[in-house]
Design a protein around this ligand. Structure first.
Ligand code: UT7
Length: 344
């Protein structure tokens, strides 16, 4: 039956799930020609979490944990109760799922008992969470689905060449999620989406094969081309332009001024990329949520991890009856980049 009604969408919950194992810069300096001072100065990273095969931490495990936490957190974030069976779509942004197929989203669906949900994965690398939120929004606006679980999960460690200091120090593993629900058109919390892609003919950031379920140890690496290959400088130059471009476009489309945004939640790739965007936009770094020091670059998971943690730590202050204006921005392999402005 044709449904001509348009719906609004709002976020009702957030969550994060991280592996327990902490790998510090000094740990990496034991196996690589690197040191804490270089890594902190050039990236802002002090430590990251790396999934532990002994604890069976796979992309499905972390993604399912984040999904369960998101269901439980709905009460805390929006005084809403939601059961897994009420979720009617799961979109999992990942480039590092356990299998080529089935999708990580389907395995999470089974794990959390979301028996009424359709489920699929979305591949847009580190921009995956923004692309997935945009997709969820459109499904809700069209009236097709009412409650969508958006998950970002990546186990980049499966693809890391632990002998390559140019990539091994940067990435970490993790998962994060949010639940987006239908509301009246007048209550729509999303003001704009801006998403872009540009096929990367230079291949500045890629991994060309599928790894196994668990992170590999350095000794396991027999197939170097399957590991992450990155031209760090090229990606850096792309990122320092892409971040302000996406933010300015999304904020303008939302009809706001840059200084009206309460908090910016950027993909956590390098603290210098965030500082550069803050300078270009003439916005204080205090408004940018950064936790890269503790988790490194967790790819599609970094945005929800940063947001959920900042709310829990009180770094993002929400007051009853007052909505914050937020700008989320991602960028990464593809190349892909994008931003969304919303109220929460
Ligand atoms: O999610 C999106 C994906 N990725 C990104 O956003 C990454 C973007 N790029 C970056 O963040 C930076 O380019 C890196 C952090 C990857 C590298 O920083 P950089 O300032 O661009 O360093 P560089 O590659 O220009 O290397 C400078 C020097 C080189 O030595 P020489 O040739 O000057 O003697 C490197 O060999 O630093 C050396 N180097 C290191 N030294 C110690 C590179 N990696 C390391 C390391 N430890 N881990």
């Amino acid at each position: 039956m044709k449904n001509s009604a348009r719906y609004g969408a709002k976020i009702i919950s957030w969550s994060r799930a991280l592996p327990e194992r902490v790998v510090t810069n000094n740990d990496l300096a034991q196996i690589l020609d690197t040191d804490d001072e270089w890594i902190v100065k050039r990236t802002g990273i002090k430590e990251r979490r790396i999934a532990d095969p002994a604890k069976a931490e796979t992309a499905t495990d972390l993604g399912a944990m984040a999904a369960k936490f998101a269901l439980a957190n709905a009460e805390k974030y929006s005084q809403t109760k939601i059961d897994a069976t009420e979720i009617d779509l799961i979109i999992c942004a990942t480039a590092t799922g356990d299998f080529v197929f089935p999708s990580t989203a389907c395995m999470i669906q089974d794990r959390i008992g979301a028996s009424n949900a359709a489920a699929f994965d979305m591949s847009a690398a580190c921009t995956g969470f923004v692309f997935a939120m945009n997709t969820a929004y459109n499904y809700i606006q069209s009236g097709q689905f009412k409650n969508i679980m958006v998950i970002g999960v990546d186990l980049m460690s499966k693809y890391i060449d632990w002998a390559d200091r140019g990539t091994a120090v940067i990435f970490g593993d993790g998962a994060g999620a949010c639940i987006i629900s239908a509301t009246d058109e007048a209550d729509d919390c999303f003001h704009s989406f801006y998403i872009k892609s540009r096929g990367d003919t230079e291949m500045s950031l890629y991994a060309d094969a599928v790894a196994n379920q668990y992170p590999v140890a350095a000794v396991d690496i027999t197939n170097k081309p399957a590991m992450v290959q990155m031209n760090g400088k090229a990606v850096y130059e792309f990122a320092v332009k892409a971040v302000p471009e996406a933010l300015e476009a999304a904020i303008e489309q939302a009809g706001f001024q840059v200084d009206e945004i309460d908090y910016f939640i950027p993909h956590q790739a390098n603290i210098r990329i965030v500082q550069s965007a803050a300078r270009r936009l003439k916005i204080s770094m205090d408004k940018f949520i950064c936790n890269i020091d503790r988790y490194g670059n967790t790819s599609a998971a970094s945005i929800p991890i940063a947001f959920d943690e900042a709310c829990e730590l009180g770094q993002i202050k929400r007051e009853p009856g007052k909505k914050l204006k937020l700008a989320f921005v991602g960028f990464g392999a593809g190349l892909t980049w994008g931003a969304t402005v919303l109220e929460f």
